[in-house]
Design a protein around this ligand. Structure first.
Ligand code: GUN
Length: 293
């Protein structure tokens, strides 16, 4: 079998077109959606992510504000900025790029963001609401994965879903979304004994472990849907330095029923869902303005 390729670029372009139309409609009603992005320190990967987020905003007609701080900044300065952005009615979404330098209490920073502007969905209240299957901002990467599953009409309800990775950013919210959608979910990670035993049972396998080409073809059930959240550089061999995912793509394609490529898979959908959350927050701001007028 050769797997169906789930094209994240094409799906993202479709969703972003709609977001751009909705953003432009909002602007004509006096509300331009606006995302504030805070970047602390000199992590090169974070700098690339932030640049991509800001340029995606521009292309979708969403205003972006960017605040850069040095690695050794006093956390109070960042907290003061967050308070200012929370109070600014022209700002609809606030994002603090992670990871933060060691002098920061990450949970305290995330909870300092107004939950109504928490477009990353990392605030403890947003996480709690997601776990209760209530309306909330959904973390962008797992939300993008759910959209990809929807785009190929995967039956999630009743499916065996296995997630590799237990991070707050991807693995845990991914497990909650799949659970909310009716899948039977197993969360595995780097300490799981006999990982392949679990992955071979998966109808839907989501991989977010951060190791290049970690999942081999023999770990995949024939016909499974394989979603690769990884973004790594090939460490050695003829492809050294090229981008690759957490799945051995060339081999997995011959076994899976459908698979996401890297690059061009989950990555573009992550930013798309961030734009969508910002748009939703701006739409709520307009509704509140009208309701209060
Ligand atoms: N670091 C890695 N992924 C993300 C993300 O989706 N949002 C933020 N804020 N930081 C990240």
């Amino acid at each position: 079998m050769t797997a169906r390729i789930i094209d994240g670029n094409a799906l993202a372009a479709e969703v972003r077109d709609q977001i751009a139309r909705d953003a432009s409609a909002l602007a004509t009603q006096g509300v331009q959606p606006c995302l504030a992005v805070v970047l602390v320190g000199d992590n090169p990967a974070s700098a690339v992510y932030v640049r991509n987020k800001v340029s995606a905003c521009e292309r979708a007609g969403i205003r972006s504000l960017r605040f850069d701080y040095p690695q050794d900044v006093d956390p109070d300065r960042v907290m003061d900025k967050l308070a200012e952005l929370n109070a600014d009615p022209a700002v609809h979404g606030i994002l603090v790029q992670l990871p933060l330098p060691p002098q920061f209490d990450e949970a305290a920073v995330l909870e300092a963001i107004d939950v109504g502007k928490d477009v990353d969905g990392f605030h403890a209240e947003s996480v709690g609401r997601l776990s209760q299957n209530r309306d909330t901002f959904i973390p962008c990467t797992p939300h993008g994965v759910m959209k990809m599953l929807e785009s190929i009409d995967v039956q999630v309800e009743g499916a065996e879903a296995v997630v590799i990775g237990r991070s707050n950013i991807v693995g845990k919210p991914m497990a909650m979304l799949l659970t909310n959608a009716g899948a039977t979910v197993t969360v595995t990670h780097s300490r799981t004994r006999d990982l392949a035993f679990h992955t071979r049972r998966a109808d839907i396998l989501v991989v977010a472990i951060g190791r290049p080409r970690f999942v081999s073809a023999d770990m995949i059930k024939p016909g499974a849907i394989v979603i690769d959240v990884g973004m790594n550089r090939v460490p050695d061999g003829p492809d050294a330095g090229k981008l690759c995912g957490d799945v051995d793509y060339a081999a997995a394609r011959e076994v899976a029923g459908a698979i996401t490529p890297v690059p061009g898979g989950v990555g573009p959908m992550t930013i798309t869902m961030l734009l969508q959350n910002t748009l939703i927050s701006a739409q709520r701001a307009l509704a509140a303005k009208r309701g209060g007028a």
